[in-house]
Design a protein around this ligand. Structure first.
Ligand code: CDP
Length: 222
């Protein structure tokens, strides 16, 4: 066993707006673990490629950009080439661009080591689409967090509005379905529940309750 594989990982995968980011952050704070928001790396790769005028379907060129991303996380802020892009990477355009570049196998490979480097003592909570399947297949706990399309769309709408963006529920539902469809049907690392993952449906429970459930599962195992 390598030294890294002794460091516990909790993989929380699931579709957009399922609450996995919020829950993963709560769990990591409760345990004092590191946190990996893997989606932000795909968002940054999409944004960096756009800024450099690289076509988002040019797999080799986008992978090259992804491999050399100059990024820094500082608290809740994210920097790309020393510019604060925290808001930029959360826009709907960035979401769709992230999902497009994430479908390219070479881009996923380019980001693999960067994601694994987050596995540091005392442990890691990683959220994404393929944390349990590809990046940390030996994770101590795998959770597939989901919720109904309606609940997810409502959450995303509230989130956008709270940040002062205009958001119409029917448009959000449409965009969410496009991303779900693309993320679930791509040949590499598609979004799906693994057999060894615990299913957690958050349609009718709060983020606090979901985090407590994940912590109970984790504590029951170690
Ligand atoms: O928060 P939300 O789930 O809406 O987005 P995200 O986690 O930031 O991910 C943005 C996009 O990146 C997703 O639609 C996926 O296409 C892609 N992604 C991925 O393919 N694999 C990951 N581990 C994380 C994100």
């Amino acid at each position: 066993m390598s030294a890294e594989s002794n460091i516990p990982v909790i993989a929380i995968d699931g579709p957009t707006a399922s609450g996995k980011g919020t829950v993963a952050q709560m769990v990591s704070a409760a345990l004092g673990f590191h946190y990996l928001d893997s989606g932000s790396l795909y968002r940054l790769a999409g944004l960096a490629a756009s800024k450099r005028g690289v076509a988002l379907d040019d797999e080799t060129a986008v992978a090259e950009v992804a491999r050399h991303l100059d990024i820094r996380f500082s608290g809740n802020d994210v920097f790309l080439d020393n510019q604060n892009v925290t808001e930029d990477i959360r826009s709907e355009t960035s979401s769709q661009n992230a999902s497009r570049v994430a479908a390219l196998p070479a881009v996923r490979t380019a980001l693999t080591d960067r994601q694994r480097a987050f596995r540091q003592a005392p442990g890691l909570v990683a959220d994404g689409r393929d944390m349990g399947s590809v990046i940390f297949p030996d994770a101590q706990l795998k959770v597939f967090l989901t919720a109904s399309v309606e609940a997810r769309a409502q959450r995303r709408t509230n989130q956008l509005k709270s940040k002062g963006n205009s958001a119409i529920l029917v448009d959000v539902v449409k965009e969410l379905r496009i991303r779900d469809e693309r993320d679930s049907n791509r040949p590499v690392a598609p979004l799906k529940k693994l057999d060894d993952a615990y299913l957690l449906d958050t349609t009718a429970i709060s983020a606090d309750e979901a985090a407590s459930k994940v912590l109970a599962w984790f504590k029951g195992q170690v």
